[in-house]
Design a protein around this ligand. Sequence first.
Ligand code: FE2
Length: 150
Amino acid sequence: MSNDAVIDQLNEILKHEWTGVAQYSQASFIIEGQWREVFAEKFQGDAKESFKHAQLIGDKIVSLGGVPVAQRNDIKQSRDLTEVLQNSLAFESKAVEMYEKALDLAEGNRPLVIFLEDILLEEQEGVEEYTKLLRDTQASEQEASQRSAG
Ligand SMILES: [Fe+2]
């Protein structure tokens, strides 16, 4: 395992987690209407999860002898709830991909593998959660169109 390659990938992950802190916080700030009651808190929770992951990854980068980045990528934002859910699913899916790549690089370092696997599980939960939320949306749209057609 090359330490530099792992540190580089962890820094890419850290950037992504900082992006999550900003993107989910922004989503929780701007959501209005009846769904605000449900989703403002949900998005805040996801922002906190990204921050928790950022803390874990930042600490690990220093442990491995690297310097954690303070930059983030551009965020995606929308006032359309379905679009926000789609952006969230894309965000979580990218996180899964990034942790899987880090796991490939960490091969042979058992503690690092376990550390990354624990976070990967939470990212996968995010993918599954947003997939289900979007499935419900599409299902109810289909139902509505079937009702009006029948
Ligand atoms: Fe994360």
